[in-house]
Design a protein around this ligand. Sequence first.
Ligand code: NAP
Length: 365
Amino acid sequence: MAGGGPPTAPGAAAAAPGGAAHGAWRGSGARVRGVGGVPDSFRALVAEKRDEDVARELRELSGDDLGDGDVVVRVDWSSVNYKDALAVSPKGKVAQISPLIPGVDLAGTVVDGDGEGREVIVHGHDLGVAHHGGFAEYARVPGDWVVPLPDGLTARQAMALGTAGFTAALSVQRLEEHGVEPGDGPVLVLGASGGVGSTAVGILAARGFEVAAATGKPDEAGWLRELGASDVLSRDETSAESKKPMESQRWAAVVDPVGGASLAYALRTTRYGGAVAASGLTGGTNLETTVFPFILRAVSLLGVDSVNTPTDLRLKVWERLAGDLRPNGLDESITREIGLDDVDPFLDDVLAGKGVGRTVVRVGA
Ligand SMILES: NC(=O)c1ccc[n+]([C@@H]2O[C@H](COP(=O)([O-])OP(=O)(O)OC[C@H]3O[C@@H](n4cnc5c(N)ncnc54)[C@H](OP(=O)(O)O)[C@@H]3O)[C@@H](O)[C@H]2O)c1
């Protein structure tokens, strides 16, 4: 496990945004003081387990507080993912160290180590889980976690995509490798108003697929149609339990970041030879199904993991996100912007399933 030195809290006081602690060296070409590219003091959101609860607060930290690694990144942008909410929740079972700087993804500029001066993306591995993450003005990470920012994406756009967008792209790539093509019939996206879901709708529509979006938020139907969905279904329909092992064949493929009863629905309703790309668990971790969709309809269940994606595939998917998998509405519809100060209260909304689209966090940009 990668190390994550415990962030101490000298004074434990949250600095005012733009306060003297970091304003002294940022901007105006001033050189960073401190050690190894990290200034003497920088801001971070810290989650610390206390008895049955998790305390969260902004703290002033120093380079000694960061995790192990040979590359230091000045974080310009991060984003909010469902896993971040799990990482700061007492029942989330995601955080592996305490105290922890959460934030499972970040984009910024290398200030020390290989690639100094280059813009990069870091996500997955242990970031924000067992190694301090992106909700801090600086991060120190192992060099092999670092992905160069692809041409055609700004750091902000990279985090508008972030872990969720990467997972959506990986899901689409898995389905394409299975042989699913535009023209095969409708592709269903579950949890469509969430980060993975909305980005998948935008990617599939941009690729020319017919997209059906399932959501528990009827008010978002218009927005999902703007992203490219031609049909919007209610979550009640796609998470309904059924005693039937199979139902009418509807979907050429399904992108499923929800799991639970919705994954069972997807398997029951996917057409002969189709596939379901499963990545998430917002709707539950149990799967009650039968073998019949697999042995009578040749349906495939494809697993999607963004955390340990091998480097060559990681690079390829980011290149594709800047190119042929760029989703509809990347700038206009998908992005909401908050500051480091606003992350903490927002995480509770995300855990409650209220998140809509993608939320980028302006950290040091
Ligand atoms: N495998 C991987 O590598 C990987 C990577 C990234 C994310 N994930 C997983 O993918 C899932 C989505 O992540 P995200 O960042 O896109 O989350 P998010 O932005 O918070 O979206 C989650 C969405 O799930 C839907 N949902 C369906 N049933 C729900 C329920 N019972 N309770 C709450 N929400 C429900 C909601 O959309 P509607 O209201 O539209 O139904 C909600 O907006 C999470 O489980 C996450 O852990 C996995």
